[in-house]
Design a binder for this molecule. Sequence first.
Ligand SMILES: Nc1ncnc2c1ncn2[C@@H]1O[C@H](COP(=O)(O)OP(=O)(O)O)[C@@H](O)[C@H]1O
Ligand SMILES: [Mg+2]
Ligand SMILES: [Zn+2]
Length: 263
Amino acid sequence: MSAAKAEKVPPAPPSGGRVDFTSRYRPQTIEELVGAKLRQEVLNLLKFGIGKVLLSGPYGYGKSSVARLLAKSLVCLSPRPGPCGACEACASFEVQWDKGGGWIKTREGIPRRFLTLDMTEKGKDDVQVLRGEIAPSFGASPPIFDTAVIVLDEIHRLARPAQELLLKPLESLDCRPVIACIADANMERLDEALRQRFTGFRISRPSDAEALAWAKGIAKREGIKIESAGALDRFVKARERTPRRLLSGLQEALIRGSLDEGG
Ligand SMILES: Nc1ncnc2c1ncn2[C@@H]1O[C@H](COP(=O)(O)OP(=O)(O)O)[C@@H](O)[C@H]1O
Ligand SMILES: [Mg+2]
Ligand SMILES: [Zn+2]
């Protein structure tokens, strides 16, 4: 299958002792996402402009990974759609992402700020976080920060008062691009009015053939022995073509010495 052959396995960076497949195989560019449909939809989103987008889907489908790629593409210096993964801004983005954002120099030489708030790390002072950091970046005129993009991962973890605090700034016309993520299972914890402020974007799974080719590529790169012809097929099915589950299963197989059963 040609689509399956196109599944690109990201180059594994040298292991620093600790093996963590989810970070080792985190896609750095759109080409490295598994699934042609997902790649095309992400490109469309970039083509038509990111306004306020809510990425949803089951756990492990790649919501946070796609959010990261979209945010990176908004600061990347290359004129191509999607992050090039090679320029100064892309490199700086990767370093600053885990620190909750930072400043990046754009093509025009202007420093722009990006903000990532992973709600998994926020506690009860999230209202203060929003007041202090987010609200001024939205809609303030002139903008207090020249904010390139705001990412709100696991947005359902925001307490209700904080969700309500977001309603007004999200409606303002010169609102910066906002990328939020939520797992399907948590959807009812999101304020309905807030949900409606966003354009929905559902993350799709790779096809059987794509998931198989991708898992096979990683197994080969990692030197994981595959017990029988049908083993990989059963493994991919048992893990429901979910990228994160496939990666953790492959990592377990590496430790066990081979990929045998459904995983
Ligand atoms: N479409 C995808 N293509 C390639 N790798 C993926 C994809 N989706 C997820 N992954 C891998 O699985 C890991 C977990 O995905 P993540 O984006 O955290 O999922 P979610 O936020 O939906 O739970 C990522 O670090 C990445 O290695
Ligand atoms: Mg996530
Ligand atoms: Zn770049």
